[in-house]
Design a protein around this ligand. Structure first.
Ligand code: PLP
Length: 468
């Protein structure tokens, strides 16, 4: 931990609690040696988390010493697989402090798979509503297509610059639009994957009281913040496990309140989701709870690795992780926003809060030259690549936040969406031309579980190199 540089001393002065997170440095040395061996500056934790070597070892040991068969059976190898899947399911509930009487866990292939399950099964109908924030991942936006198709109203709540939060005073007005005789779904991210704003969990009960079911997208929140489902009680919670602990990929979950699940109508049945189906009878009976939502054979060899990953996070603890991210992101924000060209022009414009109140560890910004002209985000990425810095550019599948951040208006967008045919669709480059050379994306630097001071300093050094 001892680092003699004046920068580190200044950092410790500004964030004196950082040394209390030293366990992460130890874990990084022991379990993530590949990061430093490869001289990686990994700053895309919102894109994907990173796994510890011990997760791989433990999982491989389990596979090496057991014989697992397809869980849709009752032979010994099948029962062994079922045991581990059930155990992982219970562990997910325990991890999020969700009462098993109240919540169920459906394993999916990722957060998007969980969102699609809700979208295709939610009883949208005329008179009903789908209410969502501008600030949402496309897999949440995509649910609007199911709502439109079934005649429900789709309503977007804007977020406002510079912090990119919802105007609290206007929220009740939106919530009052629920029609209590129909089904109404309100969706928002617990943490934005664009601005890193943590939208209030208190909205859940306000929305319930106004007649909404609540979908809380926890994909960007859960990797570094504790979600306590004993306290906040959304109806549907999608997430992806690789974002939390890197391994395995290909598994996510929909954590759902049992009474909300009972409202959903699956549009089909599949192997594993029924009690019986008949060809000649032309009918089927759907199974109960999670079974009705898990199509075909689960990824039963990898699901046990979810439990291993959750235990890895617990071995460090959310308090430590959260504090670490707070210190490093705070330092990153303070230094980046202070950088100015010789002309006095600031180097960056941050989209989202520039202090650490109710925000996570991603900083999204555009870079500007000494004349105040925006530097193409693709150039920043290619320059960062030369320093082995992994960051993310574009709109991060969150077009609503992007449109607000970049000041792209509805009128400008309408002009670019007049070619409905697939063959005549716009490419991303055509789209950029269409919005008249306006910036069509930004740069996201995201701090996470294993980030250390050197990673942040490496990025700040890179950014300083852009000053003229
Ligand atoms: C907030 C949020 N929701 C949903 C998703 C979708 O996750 P996945 O791509 O794993 O399905 C992401 C991925 O970046 C995200 O950040």
């Amino acid at each position: 931990m001892a680092d003699p540089t004046p920068d580190f001393a200044a950092f410790l002065k500004a964030f004196p609690s950082y040394p209390e997170t030293h366990i992460i440095d130890e874990v990084r040395r022991a379990q993530y040696a590949r990061l430093d061996a490869g001289e990686h500056v990994y700053l895309d934790y919102t894109g994907a988390g990173l796994f510890a070597e011990s997760q791989l070892q433990e999982h491989q040991e389990l596979l090496r010493h057991n014989v697992f068969g397809n869980p849709h059976s009752s032979n010994p190898t099948s029962l062994a697989a079922t045991h581990h899947v059930d155990h992982a399911r219970e562990y997910v509930l325990r991890f999020f402090n969700a009462d098993p009487q109240e919540y169920d866990v459906i394993f999916t292939s990722n957060a998007s798979g969980a969102l699609k399950l809700v979208g295709e099964s939610y009883p949208f109908a005329k008179g009903g509503h789908y209410l969502l924030t501008f600030d949402n991942h496309n897999s949440v936006n995509g649910i609007r297509e199911f709502a439109h198709a079934r005649g429900a109203d789709v309503i977007y709540i804007p977020v406002a610059l510079p912090d990119m939060r919802v105007d609290e005073a206007s929220l009740d007005g939106y919530l009052q639009r629920a029609d209590r005789t129909a089904h109404n779904l309100f969706a928002y991210p617990a943490q934005s994957n664009f601005s890193s704003v943590q939208h209030p969990l208190e909205w859940i009960e306000r929305a319930h009281a106004a007649g909404w079911d609540v979908l809380l997208d926890a994909a960007a929140f859960a990797p570094t913040s504790r979600l306590d489902l004993g306290n906040a009680k959304p109806d549907f919670v999608p997430l992806s496990f690789y974002k939390m602990f890197g391994y395995p990929t290909g598994i996510g979950a929909l954590i759902a309140r049992r009474k909300a699940l009972a409202k959903l109508h699956r549009p089909w049945f599949a192997g594993g989701t029924i009690t019986v189906a008949s060809v000649q009878g032309g009918k089927y009976y759907l199974a109960d709870g999670h079974t009705a939502f898990e199509d075909g054979t689960l990824d039963y060899l990898n699901i046990p690795a979810v439990e291993i990953g959750l235990k890895h996070l617990e071995s460090i603890g959310y308090d430590v992780i959260h504090e670490r991210v707070r210190c490093l992101t705070g330092w990153l924000l303070d230094n980046l926003t202070a950088m100015k060209h010789s002309t006095g022009e600031p180097l960056v414009r941050v989209y989202g809060p520039t202090n650490m109140e109710n925000r996570g560890g991603a900083v999204t910004a555009n870079f500007f030259n000494k004349d105040g002209m925006a530097i193409d985000h693709r150039y920043i990425e290619s320059e960062a690549n030369r320093f082995n810095i992994s960051l993310r550019t574009g709109c991060f599948c969150n077009p609503g936040a992007g449109e607000i951040a970049l000041g792209i208006s509805r009128v400008e967008l309408d002009v670019c969406f007049t070619r409905p045919g697939h063959e005549s669709r716009l490419s991303l480059d055509d789209f950029r031309l269409c919005i008249d050379g306006k910036n069509s994306g930004a740069v996201r630097i995201s701090v996470g579980l294993m980030t250390n001071f050197n990673d942040v300093q490496a990025f700040l050094g890179f950014a300083r190199g852009l000053l003229t």
